[in-house]
Every structure is written in structure tokens, then in C-alpha cells.
Write a protein that binds this ligand. Structure first.
Ligand code: SF4
Length: 708
């Protein structure tokens, strides 16, 4: 609590959304009603501002469309017809259906489905894990994003936070690689601007001329999925022009000889053909990057969303060590600095409850799993969805819809709103928003722990996810004490408060200040000290990683995973799976690379139903280059059909040169029922990247035609 004056109080909060900034909020409450949400001005990263998505958070909280009571379906699946029921009746029905299904098919016929609709350690994507592990349900692998990037990064550097974003202001050469910071990491921008005021150059490498690219000193458009080739080409120049920091490489890296040999396979002329970037630009970038220190690379999540995304990121990761950028304050690389947060995964997941051999299903392939395309024995007979809207956010939308429409599939959805997914539920449960519940937040974009205190009483009969699973556990007769743990107690258990990084941080400090900085070294790798098996940066990785390596944050019980295809320990360039190079026949029919960009006003599919956000975001669209539009007779604003063998969506075409020839871009997050016909995930593929089982969502070819 910040202050209380009469009936007015200001409460510490934290943004719960899937965003690296994890803003510290202040919530003003008058007579029991939240009246204002703003950024905490004292928080060094938030600096008093929330992004446009969340500054109107109370529109979400008090929306007339909020789900406030449990409901039961009364119409056909997908019709959105429901009646209000009591919590008791809802829990009884879930209990009875679960019991019936488990008796007939076994507990693996039940599958949870969750993601980052909430990022909190209490109420986020893992809150149901202890319950479902105790039940014996299918283990859900949740690798929609960052698992590929993280695997590649860990193979090179180990679990280090890398360059603290707070130190970006000291950088002299900043590369945003596949990162539209102004839309997706906006609070880093002020640190970048401070660096620029001090003379830093900002380079943006992106196939799309995003808001960030437009405001950069240099935008380098690159063909999607060719980032690994560019990184290897830069290495080629840096090595052959003797721009390597030999001292750093000799003392603090392993595998330079092998990397050097690999880089020789990527001369600038060859890289120019692969990436579409002129040779002169490759040379300039390599020379400037190597000789302007401190230099820092911020990699975005988009890079991983290709068949070869992991190896491409491995190649990019090698660059800072090659040029000795880690020596300097503000130099190195920023991936996702979540690694030092001392999260107690044993408490979060309760993995000791998992029965050995319990099967795993990846929810990126939910459509295939529900429709039987992936043969499952037993089939999935119950789906429990929370913090997640797979109809719009997972691939192969038509298959997901067909699966959800199965009359024999019992579906429970806990939500704030009647999403495209909730429409198919048998039981809908009301969830609290962040101003109504307690939570503790880590971050994947900075190094502060943030506390979120409940500012108001829950609306209607909404409950936090923690309470939802306490109620379910009690109704199922689970007697373990940890199913009764209060939220207050959980905040004390989900972190290791005795870890060195928590020195000086306790709950009292969090309650009074709202946040606390982890105790970390702002220049952690001046002398190597990388947390890898060798203690050095591993150009040649010694980690025994295979294609199915998945991090515990995304997949509990990962050590039992079946081995996949071995990954080359050296970085390389792997072409897209759907490309003229890899599949010329497919590319003839579907010649355009489809990219799904994060929306400026939505976070995944959150906020896409709110009038103010929708108006600012504008209608769904596909951006197409004038050359591609002209060939197809498409004019600006015309409704077009975007399609491939997987599905179709229809949207207005925006004809401009924001994108490269051969690449079309459709913003993500629009709800299907609020769109013209289908959304982008009708056309994306439920395939994986080369590492971490991440979603290869950017590896999709389509054709675009005028609708008849
Ligand atoms: S979405 Fe990101 S930038 Fe916006 S308020 Fe939340 S954490 Fe901050």
C-alpha cells in the first residue's frame, strides 16, 4: 500500500500481461472502486508510464462483458448460449464429468491448456500444475514462444541475465534484432533514447519496417528466417578483417577454431543472396558493430519462429563474445533476463506428483491432438482452459475448432470474457483481474521482483486462479496440505528468499515499495564467468542438447522426454521449411511468406474485444508489398483471401512498402468472431522449430487473392 487518505487509497500493483516490461503499477481506489491505474514513477524501469494497452486497464476490469458468475452451456457448442449456475453446481459438474472420464478412459484423458494470459507466479500458466499432476492428467507442454530462443542462448552462455537493460544507456551501438521494441518492449526504449542522446547508433534488423525500424538510425530489411546466415556473414567479415577481440576469445570462449571454419562458409556475397541485404551493408554492419564498443544486441522472440530459428539465434549469440562486447558496461546481449529469479519450481509445479511415464502433449498442436491427427490413447475427453485462448492463438485454427466442437469433449474455461474458445465451453468460470488478486511477478525483460496487492474486492463471484484450484482440489477430495495454501503463504514459498540475488529483499520491502531489484553484477562477464559447463562462452556447445530439449518453465517433467534429432553443436543457417529453397513445389502454389506481427494495442488476444483498443488498433488486415499487390491486381483496402492448404482468412489488404516483396504481414490477436472471416492462425502450421519445441509460426507460405 502506498497511501490511504480517508476513503481513498493507492495500492501497489504489477502488470500481469505477457510482456517483458512487467510494469509496476499504482492503483487508486475510492470507496471500494478502482478509479485509476498508472505506472509507478519510482520504478526505475517503468518510470511512471504504462503502455497504451494497459493504461485503460480499468475498462477491462469494469467491462459490462466481464464474466462474473459460473455458467453452463445451454445451446449448441460454439453458440455462446449459457445460463448462470452456482459455484457449487459448477464444481459438482466438473467433478462428476472428470470422475466419469477418468473411470472410463484414465486420467490422461484430461488435458489442461494454459498460457500467459497471466504471468504471475501465483496465478500464471503453471498455477494448475499441482492439481493436474495429482489428477494424473496429460502433461501439457507450453512452448508457444521463447523456449527456442532460450535453448539457443543457454547453449552458448548458460543461464545468465546477460546485459542488464538498465545499463543500455551506456551502449554506443545498439542492434534490435527482430525486436519491435516500441510495440513490445516499450520501456527499454527510454534507455535506448538516452544512449542515442549520448551518441549511440540504433540499428534495427527486421523484415518489416515497424514503428521501431522507422525510428532507428538504420533499418536493415532481411528476408524472414535468414538471420543465422547474416550472423555467420558478419562473423566472416569480423574474423577475416581481424576485428576479433583475440584476448577475450582466447581466455573466455571455447570452439573458436571450429566457428572460424564454419564462418568461412558464409562470405558476404553468398549471405547477400540468402538474406537480400547488399554486400556493402553487411560489411558496414560488421565493421561498425565490431569496432564501436560498448555494443549490445537485443534479440526479439520473433527470430525463433522459423524452422532454423534456434541455430540462427545461436549464431547471433556468438557475436558479442567474438568482439569482446561483454567487457563493457552496457555491452553484450539481452535475451530474457529471467534466469536469476530464484523461482521454486518444485513448489510451482509440484512435479513429485507426476506418475512416471505420464504422456506429454504440446498445446501448439492442440488441433491435431483433439482431432485425432496425433493418435492418442486414451483420446482427450476433457480440456481445462485457463489464461489462454487457443482458437486465436494456436496454429491450424480449423482443426482446433473441429476439436472443440466435438460433443464428446468436456470443456471448462476460466476467463474474463467470452472468447472464441470460451464459446465452446461446457462450463465457464469467472476469473479475477489483476486488481482483484494477490500476486508476485518475475520478469523476462528486467531484473526487478514486483508485488501485486489486491486493490479491490473480486467482482461478482470471480476468483483468483489459486482459489479456483483450491476449490477444485477440495471437490476432488485431494487432502494434501499444499492444496490449502493461502495466497499470502504462496508468495513466501514460490521464491527462494535466501538466494544471494535476494539479499536485502523481503516482503516488507516489497509491500512498502512495490518492487525490488535483484542483487546482480551490472557487468557480469568482463572476465568470462559464463554459467556453462566450461565456464566460458561456448561457440561449440558442450550441452547435450537434442531437438526436443525443453526448459522447465515451459514443461515440467522434461527429463523424461524422448530424445529427438541431435543438434549441431556449432551454429549454422537452416533454411525455412516452407520456402522455394526447401520446397519449390509448395512455393509455386504459395509464394508469399506469412508473418504474424504482435499488435500495438493487443497483448496476444487480450484487449481485442474492448472498443477503445479495437478502434486504436484498427481492423484486421494483411500488409502486402506494392510489387506483390500489382501482380495480383490488389488495391489498397480491398478485401483479400489469404490462404494455403491449412486454411483461409479474409481481411482488407494494406498495400505499402512496410514489408519486403515476397513477405505479407498480418497483426496477431484479433478475435475470430469479431473478424471478417478467420484469423491469421487459420494459415499457420503446428510445426516446431529446431530447438525447444517452439512454434514455427513464421514458417508459413500463403497465396493472397482478391475475393470473388
Ligand atoms: S503490457 Fe507491458 S508495457 Fe504495457 S503495462 Fe504491461 S508490462 Fe507495461
Amino acid at each position: 500500500m502506498v497511501s490511504t487518505v480517508g476513503e481513498k487509497k493507492v495500492v501497489h500493483g504489477a502488470c500481469p500481461h505477457d510482456c517483458p516490461d512487467t510494469c509496476a503499477m499504482l492503483v487508486t481506489v475510492e470507496e471500494g472502486r478502482a478509479v485509476k491505474v498508472e505506472g509507478n514513477p519510482d520504478h526505475p524501469f517503468t518510470q511512471g508510464t504504462l503502455c497504451g494497452k494497459v493504461s485503460d486497464y480499468l475498462d477491462r476490469v469494469y467491462s459490462a462483458d466481464r464474466i462474473l458468475y459460473p455458467m453452463r452451456r445451454v445451446g449448441p457448442k460454439g453458440s455462446g448460449q449459457f445460463e448462470r449456475i452456482s459455484w457449487e453446481a459448477a464444481l459438482d459438474e466438473i467433478h462428476d464429468r472428470f470422475e466419469q472420464i477418468i473411470n472410463q478412459y484414465g486420467a490422461e484423458a484430461v488435458m489442461p491448456c494454459s498460457y500467459l494470459g497471466h504471468e504471475g507466479l501465483l496465478n500464471g500458466l503453471t498455477v494448475g500444475d499441482p492439481f493436474f499432476n495429482r489428477l494424473g492428467a496429460t502433461i501439457t507442454e507450453r512452448t508457444f514462444c521463447i523456449s527456442c530462443t532460450s535453448t539457443a542462448y543457454l547453449m552458448t552462455y548458460g543461464p545468465t541475465y546477460g546485459t542488464d537493460p538498465d545499463t543500455f544507456k551506456h551502449s554506443k551501438y545498439i542492434i534490435l534484432w527482430g525486436c519491435n521494441a516500441l510495440s513490445t518492449n516499450v520501456h527499454l526504449w527510454s534507455f535506448i533514447q538516452e544512449a542515442r542522446q549520448n551518441g549511440a547508433k540504433l540499428v534495427s534488423i527486421d523484415p518489416v519496417r515497424t514503428r521501431t525500424a522507422k525510428q532507428s538510425d538504420w533499418h536493415i530489411p532481411i528476408r524472414p528466417g535468414t538471420d543465422g546466415a547474416l550472423a555467420l556473414g558478419l562473423m566472416n567479415v569480423i574474423i577475416n578483417e581481424n576485428l576479433v577481440d583475440q584476448d577475450y576469445v582466447e581466455k573466455y570462449t571455447v570452439g573458436f577454431a571450429e566457428l572460424k571454419e564454419r564462418a568461412q562458409e558464409y562470405p558476404p556475397e553468398k549471405v547477400a543472396k540468402i538474406t537480400g541485404i547488399p554486400v556493402a551493408d553487411i560489411l558496414t554492419l560488421a565493421r561498425e558493430y565490431a569496432t564501436t564498443q560498448p555494443s549490445v544486441i537485443r534479440i526479439g522472440v520473433a527470430l525463433e519462429k522459423q524452422a532454423g530459428g534456434g541455430q540462427g539465434i545461436r549464431a547471433i549469440c556468438c557475436l558479442p563474445a567474438l568482439v569482446g562486447a561483454w567487457r563493457h558496461l552496457g555491452g553484450g546481449m539481452l535475451q530474457a533476463p529471467m534466469w536469476p529469479f530464484p523461482i521454486r519450481w518444485d513448489v510451482v509445479h509440484r512435479p513429485h506428483l507426476i506418475q512416471p511415464g505420464t504422456r506429454v502433449v504440446n498445446q501448439w498442436q492442440l488441433g491435431r491432438a483433439l482431432t485425432g491427427e496425433i493418435p492418442l490413447d486414451p483420446p482427450i475427453k476433457a480440456l481445462f482452459v485457463y489464461n489462454c485462448n487457443p482458437v486465436t492463438q494456436a496454429a491450424e485454427q480449423e482443426k482446433i475448432l473441429a476439436g472443440l466442437a466435438r460433443e464428446d469433449l468436456f470443456i471448462v474455461v476460466s476467463e474474463h470474457f467470452m472468447t472464441d474458445t470460451a464459446d465452446y465451453a461446457d462450463i465457464v468460470l469467472p476469473a479475477t483481474t489483476q486488481v482483484e488478486n494477490l500476486d508476485l511477478m518475475f520478469s523476462w525483460g528486467h531484473t526487478y521482483v514486483t508485488l501485486n496487492l489486491p486493490a479491490i474486492e473480486p467482482l461478482g463471484e470471480a476468483v483468483p486462479n489459486t482459489e479456483l484450484f483450491r476449490r477444485l482440489a477440495a471437490r476432488m477430495g485431494f487432502e494434501e496440505e499444499f492444496f490449502k495454501t493461502s495466497d499470502e503463504q504462496l508468495t513466501l514459498e514460490v521464491l527462494d528468499w535466501s538466494a544471494p540475488v535476494m539479499q536485502g529483499v523481503d516482503m516488507e520491502l516489497l509491500k512498502s515499495q512495490g518492487y525490488a531489484k535483484l542483487k546482480i553484477d551490472p557487468v557480469p562477464h568482463t572476465e568470462g564467468n559464463f554459467p556453462t559447463p566450461s565456464g566460458k562462452c561456448e561457440f561449440m556447445s558442450s550441452m547435450k542438447v537434442d531437438g526436443n530439449f525443453v526448459l522447465p518453465a515451459f514443461r515440467q517433467g522434461y527429463e523424461e522426454y524422448e530424445p529427438g534429432a541431435a543438434i549441431d553443436p556449432l551454429p549454422d543457417y537452416i533454411p525455412q521449411r516452407e520456402s522455394a529453397q526447401s520446397n519449390p513445389e509448395l512455393a509455386k502454389r504459395y509464394p508469399l511468406n506469412l508473418l504474424s506481427a504482435k499488435s500495438h494495442q493487443f497483448i496476444n488476444s487480450c484487449f481485442a474485444n474492448l472498443p477503445k483498443h479495437s478502434k486504436l488498433q484498427g481492423e484486421p488486415r494483411v500488409i502486402i508489398h506494392p510489387e506483390d499487390a500489382a501482380i495480383r491486381g490488389i488495391s489498397n483496402g480491398q478485401i483479400v483471401k489469404v490462404f494455403n492448404d491449412r486454411g483461409t482468412f479474409q481481411v482488407p489488404a494494406i498495400v505499402n512498402n512496410m514489408t519486403c516483396p515476397g513477405v505479407v504481414v498480418a497483426p496477431l490477436g484479433y478475435w475470430r468472431k469479431l473478424s471478417c472471416a478467420g484469423t491469421i492462425n487459420a494459415a499457420t502450421a503446428a510445426t516446431f522449430t529446431d530447438m525447444g519445441h517452439a512454434a514455427a509460426v513464421g514458417d508459413a507460405l500463403v497465396e493472397v487473392t482478391v475475393t470473388s
